[in-house]
Design a protein around this ligand. Structure first.
Ligand SMILES: Cc1cc2nc3c(=O)[nH]c(=O)nc-3n(C[C@H](O)[C@H](O)[C@H](O)COP(=O)(O)O)c2cc1C
Length: 371
């Protein structure tokens, strides 16, 4: 019912306005609603779906369900009080950078409904780590697991070591705050200006090891996941995972980020022809994400926990990622198109799919295709 109201009444109104404005509206309203106990109780009753078949303990963290909000929606931690009552199993804020960056010139967001995709041109918009941590202020009791995605400030660097120092400072602050249950390192944002003058980059094996060596000086007391590219080949992806393999505090990988290639067969030709600057989320990312999950699970299932991300719109999409080897999943675009009730619906339908296949717990289904 709530999904129907969102799709038929709320979405047509929202989609008349520029996507940037609607996103800001959601951040402001969500932040306000998160401060009102009555609204939170009501939302919890409407949106949350719970079923013990979806419970998992992963890397010491309890997840009530496997569906998380991916980095990029709540980039400055405005929604940490409201998201737990929307039904997510976990929630990543960010990508946060050390120094503030106002974002690329607008529009930073666009819609491609026929492609079930969003156009993203934020370029690491962030209020900066210090302000974001101040805003969080305290650890929320009884909340869902909270993670922070960190990337390098979007400004030009002369040396990759300086860029690694910038990421090091943000992680140092985040670890010290003790607000987070897990960390994400974003090395895969396409189109940042900060790498234009650099020979090595964080997403090539040499640059990546420079970064990980620097981060080794920190005491990662919580799991860290690396957010991977969607469009790197399997060989390129494996090369990065070989580098990360020896750093014990790297616990897992997230597959994957946005896509850049405008010839992607899942992008509607007419829509993409009209699209401005930026990269694409949603259905055009799904197949690439799924292929990476399969290959990485086959080779590294005993080394990395996999979070599947890209193109999730319904429970079957989640189930596919789990059967390929994902332990958890993340989403944004499906929620923007289908409304917040999609999270509970996905969890309910996923529980039914698992039961139908005879599973007692979702952990048993992980990597089913490759067992
Ligand atoms: C509006 C928007 C902003 C995003 N910003 C980030 C970001 O800051 N950091 C990041 O790691 N991924 C970012 N992403 C990528 C998502 O986390 C995710 O990898 C991608 O959108 C695929 O998932 P989806 O199809 O469910 O949206 C962003 C995606 C969207 C739609």
């Amino acid at each position: 019912m709530t999904g129907f109201i969102y799709r038929k009444i709320i979405k047509p109104i929202l989609f008349k306005y520029p996507a940037d404005d609607v996103h800001n509206f959601f951040l402001k309203t969500g932040n306000y609603f998160g401060s009102i106990k009555f609204v939170k109780n009501l939302f919890g009753k409407i949106f949350i779906y719970e079923n013990s078949i979806l419970n998992q303990k992963v890397l010491g963290i309890n997840f009530k369900n496997p569906v998380g909000l991916a980095a990029g929606f709540d980039y400055d931690a405005d929604l940490i009080d409201i998201l737990p009552v929307i039904g997510f199993g976990f929630h990543t804020i960010g990508t946060v950078t050390n120094l503030p960056y106002a974002g690329n010139p607008k529009p930073m967001l666009g819609r491609l409904p026929k492609s079930k995709s969003l156009l993203v041109n934020k370029g690491f918009k962030s209020e900066g780590i210090k302000l974001v941590l101040k805003k969080i202020g305290k650890r929320r009791e009884g909340s869902i697991p909270l993670g922070i995605s960190i990337g390098s400030t979007n400004k030009p660097y002369k040396k990759i070591e300086d860029m690694a120092d910038d990421v090091f400072i943000s992680f140092g602050d985040a670890i010290k705050s003790d607000y987070f249950d897990y960390f994400e390192l974003n090395i895969s944002c396409p189109n940042l200006i900060n790498i234009e003058n650099l020979k090595e980059k964080f997403d090539d094996p040499i640059g990546f090891s420079i970064l990980l060596n620097k981060l080794s000086y920190l005491n990662f007391n919580k799991p860290l996941f690396i957010k991977m590219h969607a469009e790197k080949s399997i060989i390129e992806t494996f090369a990065l995972l070989e580098v990360a393999k020896d750093y014990k505090w790297v616990s897992g990988v997230i597959m994957s980020n946005l896509v850049k290639n405008r010839d992607n067969i899942f992008l509607d030709k007419e829509e993409v022809g009209l699209a401005g600057k930026g990269n694409f989320s949603g259905k055009p990312t799904e197949q690439l994400s799924n292929n990476l999950i399969t290959e990485v699970y086959k080779k590294y299932k005993d080394r990395y926990i996999i979070i599947g991300c890209g193109g999730i719109f319904e429970a079957r999409d989640v189930y596919e990622k789990i059967k390929r080897g994902a332990t958890l999943v993340q989403m944004i675009t499906g929620m923007v198109y289908e409304g917040p009730s999609i999270v509970g619906k996905i969890n309910k339908d996923l529980a039914n799919l698992l039961k139908k296949d005879g599973y007692k717990n979702m952990t048993e289904a992980i990597g089913f295709y490759n067992k």
